[in-house]
Design a binder for this molecule. Sequence first.
Ligand code: ADP
Length: 484
Amino acid sequence: MLNLKLPSLFRQQGLIGGSWIAAGSGKTVDVLDPASQAVIGTVPDMGGDETRAAIEAANKAYPAWRKKTHAERAALLETWYALMHEHLEDLALILTTEQGKPLDEARGEIRYGASFVKWFAEEARRIGGSTIPSPTPDRRIVVLKEPVGVCGIITPWNFPNAMITRKIAPALAAGCTVVVKPSEFTPYSALALGVLAEMAGIPAGVVNIVTGMPKEIGNEIMANTTVRKISFTGSTPVGSLLMRGAADSIKRLSLELGGNAPFIVFDDADLDLAVEGAIISKFRNGGQTCVCANRILVQAGIYDRFAEKLTERVDAMKVGPGTEAGVSIGPMINSAAIAKINRHVEDALAKGAKVVTAKPNLPAGSQYTAPVVLTGATTDMQLASEETFGPVAPLFRFETEEEAIAIANGTPFGLAAYFYTESLKRAWRVGEALEFGMVGLNTGLISTEVAPFGGVKQSGLGREGSQLGIDEYLEVKTFHMGGL
Ligand code: ADP
């Protein structure tokens, strides 16, 4: 059982119109602790009816929420933010228990998640508009920004807190109301956020949370014409399905989808900095993030030294339950994740790659996987074209800058890319040549609430965070006043 300071943060019901409810069918879904494989609890397996009710609740709450001043909405968001910090330890424990990441990383995610709430509370006050000089003397033209309306928010399991706040905070700041469908693997972090939203005094119906298996909920969100926007983070196939589903009623869309991040180390890189960056970018959350380095491209002159240093660091990693001190790699989310990692490694080994890391002591249980460095990776291997989403660092050798750029861009995805060089000229050349929404030069960390986050190509549409993030939840109304 979860040992929380505020036990009511652990909710096993959905939130619709200010009421905590079960599924009409009485059906539930079990939620597992990935570390122990024990059932933590259940959540209602909601379907179309509950989703419709949640959308209606959001629509009912919308006029009053939209009418509030920006300062009033900001004040409520600020209170919500303060509560997230006050209950940080409980939120982190809930997160680690359902998701598996080390507790320190979970604490980091709660701080990161909360940072969006603060940021967009501040941005709420800066939703402006503009005036346009009129082509005729009897007319004035004003551009107003208005909330989009009811938003459907669908989020994944790898960041069960931050992927939600990154969407809800700008939506609420803009004056929208929301129906959230968290991942069926990690619903409790979302429900805890719902409890805190209530405590903060955010009115009933502004934030609704429907839990359970995705299909029926997703179908209702797509089909319901009251929903004016869908914001989704998850896989490209589901993003594409939602885009098709949103087409009938021409909904707005924000999609943050899969990546296949290259991490390029040039001969002239600062080696220690590059190794540090690779550790952060590759192994955070056990490699289960969409901006994780997936392909590490290393120039021939520095390849062996980089491989050796990275291997030393990886050999020192401890694998175990996220709640255990000193653990840097927790359990993977589920058996499908483990199966994909194994398939990628076996395919790479069959095609000539070598594991250069030592065999670590893994705790008992099939949910753990060893962090590995693979040398001799080549572009015909599965791990070159698919996201492994695990602690596997394949090192590809390259000779020239042109070759590295061609390999890096040789993917239908375009979320994050990283590269290391000490040359200013190369920094600009490569930075401009990479076809990605986010590029890190000499850093493995690109996630912050102050900077735009999002991808190009099949990695998605729109940007989250930053000054741009709130625009995703605003419509532009051009107001022409004639006959003056
Ligand atoms: P991941 O590989 O990160 O689990 P998914 O795209 O499968 O990515 O899941 C991300 C979110 O999308 C989860 O909340 C999941 O329940 C939801 N989802 C999956 N299938 C559908 C669907 N058909 N309609 C709506 N949401 C879906």
